[in-house]
Design a protein around this ligand. Structure first.
Ligand SMILES: Cc1cc2nc3c(=O)[nH]c(=O)nc-3n(C[C@H](O)[C@H](O)[C@H](O)COP(=O)(O)O)c2cc1C
Length: 170
């Protein structure tokens, strides 16, 4: 007999939630910001289109994220949507530490750190920050949106592994 999550202990309910969310395929992006001249970046899958008029995106960051502190100060961020060839970048930017950009060939784009060969690039200005549980949701207006070379084969995350989206045969 199955037990509903609400009847489980906190730890069991949390594990059930993690397992369910691991089964949801998600996009993978590196969200970036500049602190003065210093680039910061974090791997994010909680990234979604929010509004068309005006164009807005939503990004959710852990309250302990170093990047979040930088975005709160600068009020803007870039979203580097990753292609399937960028699983190594996704792992590198999921580490914690101040040196994630060492050896990375990034360039400033409108004052935001842009990674090479991404699947797509979005620049955004924060309209609102909403604290929700242990995360902060950034609601942001899109100021630039460009497809990159890797957009036909985006990187995905599913069941705790990186992969690539494959269209079904017609
Ligand atoms: C596939 C994947 C998706 C992730 N998605 C998010 C996310 O949406 N929000 C978040 O805060 N952290 C996410 N993380 C975890 C962060 O990348 C990780 O905690 C990182 O070390 C935070 O770095 P920072 O403190 O420099 O911001 C994700 C990690 C992986 C591997």
């Amino acid at each position: 007999m199955s037990t509903s999550a609400s009847l489980r202990s906190g730890a069991a309910a949390q594990q059930a939630f993690r397992d369910v969310m691991a089964a949801v395929a998600s996009p993978v992006a590196v969200v970036t910001a500049l602190d003065g001249t210093r680039p910061y970046g974090t791997t994010v899958s909680a990234f979604v289109s929010l509004s068309l008029t005006p164009p807005m995106v939503l990004v959710s960051l852990d309250e302990r994220s170093r990047l979040l502190a930088v975005v709160r100060r600068s009020g803007r961020f870039g979203v580097n949507v990753l292609g399937a060839h960028h699983a190594d970048l996704a792992s590198a930017f999921a580490r914690s530490g101040p040196d994630k950009f060492d050896g990375i060939d990034w360039s400033p784009s409108g004052g935001l750190p842009r990674l090479p060969d991404n699947a797509a690039w979005i620049a955004a200005e924060v309209d609102d920050c909403v604290d929700a549980g242990d995360h902060t949701v950034l609601l942001a207006r899109v100021t630039a949106a460009e497809l990159g070379e890797g957009f036909l084969r985006p990187l995905t995350y599913h069941r705790r592994s990186f992969g690539a989206h494959t269209p079904l045969a017609q």
